[in-house]
Ligand binder design. Structure first.
Ligand SMILES: [Ca+2]
Ligand SMILES: [Ca+2]
Ligand SMILES: [Ca+2]
Length: 409
C-alpha cells in the first residue's frame, strides 16, 4: 500500500513540478512578448494628433499697419493663416487666428513645431514688383514648453518680389557609380499682373561662410548675369522661364536625366570649362571674380539667390567671392533634407528650408506650391512652407498633385 501511495504521490509531485515548470516557461514568454510589444509601440510614430500639449499663440502687429484695438490695447492680427510643420512626425497643420489674433491648438504631440503666420497687408500691392505680407516665423518646442503659456508673436512687414525662384532641380540622377547633375535647372516665375524684365538680373549660389549672416551683405560664388540693360528680356505675367546649367538633351548622356534642349536660358561660362549647349538658347554669362565653374548647385543642400543690383555700382569682390547687399536680393531659397547641415542666411531672405525627403541622385525636385490653389509663385520667405518636394522635375510647367511626395505635405 505504502509503495503504491508513494508512487502516486511521486507522480502527482512530478505532474505539479512539470506544470509549474511549464507555467514558468509560459510566464517567461509572456514577459518577453510584453517587453517586445512595449519596445515596438514606443518606437512607432503616431499617425494622428493624439498628444496632450497645447499651443496658445497671440499674433500682434507693432508695425502700425493694422488698427489698434482700444479694448485690448494692442493691434491684433485677425484671421491670419497659421501653418505648422512637425518634421519629427511628418505632420502639417493649418489654422487661422480669431478676431483677437489668438489661436489655441490642443492635443498636440510633445515635439518641435515650425510655425508660419501670414496675412496679406491691407493696400498690399505697392507696385508691380513687390507685395507686402505681415508675417512671422517661429520654432516652438512643446517638449520644453510650460502649460498655460501664451506665446506672443509680433509680425513684421515682409516685402516679397513678384519675380520668384519657382523650382530648383538640384539632386541629379544616379549614373551608376556617380551622380549626374549637369541637368540642374532653376525656374523663375512672374507672379504679378504686369510684365517684368530679366535684364541684368543675377543668379547666384551662396558661399559657405557663416560670417555674413550677421551683416547686411550676402557672399556668393558662381554668379551668372542676364544680358540686357533695360527692357530687352521680358517675362510676362504668370510666365515660367527655365534656366538650365546646360541647355542640351541630357538623356543622350544619361538616360535617367532630362531634356533641357528647349530651356529658355542657360548658364554659359565664357571664361571657363563649359559648353554653350545650344546656340538658339540665350546665355546668362559668368561674372568674373569667382571660381570658374559652371552654374553648379550642391546636390544635397545649398542656397540659391536671385539678385537685382540697386544701381550700376561695381560689384564688390572679396577673395574668390562676390558681395551683394541683402536689399539687392529679390528672392532666396534654402534647400536640404533635415539630415543635412545647412548654409545660413538672413531670416528675412528665407526663414525656413525646403527639400524634405530629397536625396542626392534621387531625380527629385522642389517647387513652390500655393496652399489653396497649388499654383506657382507662392512666397512668404519661408521655404519650409512655400515649397513642396516633387517625385520628378517639372521644367517649364507647374507640378500636379500626383507629383508631390507624400507624406510630408
Ligand atoms: Ca553651362
Ligand atoms: Ca546658349
Ligand atoms: Ca516647374
Amino acid at each position: 500500500m505504502s509503495t503504491e501511495r508513494s508512487i502516486i504521490q511521486f507522480l502527482e509531485y512530478s505532474t505539479e513540478l512539470e506544470a509549474w515548470n511549464a507555467m514558468k516557461i509560459v510566464l517567461f514568454w509572456v514577459l518577453i512578448l510584453w517587453l517586445l510589444n512595449l519596445c515596438f509601440c514606443s518606437m512607432e510614430k503616431p499617425t494622428a494628433i493624439d498628444g496632450t500639449m497645447t499651443l496658445h499663440i497671440l499674433a500682434i502687429d507693432t508695425t502700425g499697419t493694422l488698427p489698434l484695438n482700444q479694448q485690448l490695447s494692442y493691434s491684433p492680427v485677425p484671421n491670419a493663416r497659421v501653418r505648422m510643420k512637425c518634421a519629427d512626425y511628418n505632420q502639417s497643420l493649418e489654422f487661422e487666428t480669431d478676431e483677437n489674433g489668438e489661436l489655441v491648438v490642443e492635443n498636440l504631440l510633445a515635439a518641435q513645431y515650425e510655425i508660419s503666420i501670414t496675412k496679406q497687408a491691407p493696400n498690399a500691392n505697392l507696385g508691380d514688383y513687390i507685395t507686402t505680407l505681415l508675417s512671422a516665423s517661429k520654432t516652438s518646442d512643446l517638449k520644453q514648453q510650460l502649460s498655460g503659456v501664451v506665446d506672443t508673436i509680433k509680425v513684421i512687414k515682409l516685402v516679397t518680389s513678384n519675380l520668384v525662384i519657382n523650382e530648383i532641380y538640384y539632386a541629379g540622377v544616379n549614373a551608376g557609380s556617380w551622380t549626374y547633375n549637369f541637368d540642374q535647372f532653376v525656374e523663375l516665375y512672374n507672379a504679378g499682373s504686369t510684365t517684368l524684365y530679366l535684364d541684368g538680373l543675377i543668379l547666384a549660389r551662396l558661399a559657405n561662410n557663416a560670417y555674413y549672416v550677421f551683416t547686411d551683405d550676402v557672399e556668393v560664388v558662381y554668379a551668372y548675369q542676364f544680358p540686357g540693360k533695360g527692357k530687352q528680356f521680358p517675362i510676362l505675367p504668370h510666365e515660367i522661364v527655365v534656366i538650365a546649367q546646360d541647355a542640351i538633351d541630357h538623356r543622350k548622356i544619361v538616360p535617367l536625366s532630362i531634356d533641357l534642349s528647349s530651356a529658355d536660358w542657360e548658364c554659359f561660362n565664357q571664361l571657363g570649362n563649359d559648353i554653350d549647349g545650344s546656340r538658339s538658347v540665350e546665355n546668362l554669362s559668368f561674372i568674373p571674380g569667382t571660381t570658374k565653374n559652371d552654374f553648379y548647385l550642391h546636390s544635397s543642400t545649398d542656397i540659391v539667390l536671385l539678385i537685382k543690383k540697386n544701381n550700376n555700382s561695381d560689384i564688390r569682390q572679396i577673395g574668390q567671392s562676390l558681395l551683394f547687399s541683402v536689399s539687392e536680393v529679390i528672392d532666396g531659397v534654402k534647400y536640404g533634407d533635415p539630415s543635412n547641415e545647412h548654409k545660413v542666411i538672413q531670416k528675412i531672405i528665407d526663414s525656413g528650408y525646403s527639400g524634405f525627403g530629397i536625396l542626392r541622385a534621387s531625380g527629385r525636385s522642389i517647387e513652390r506650391h500655393h496652399p489653396e490653389t497649388g499654383g506657382p509663385g507662392y512666397d512668404t520667405n519661408n521655404s519650409s512652407f512655400d515649397f513642396v518636394s516633387l517625385s520628378r522635375p517639372t521644367p517649364g510647367w507647374q507640378h500636379s498633385k500626383e507629383d508631390i511626395i507624400v507624406p510630408f505635405f
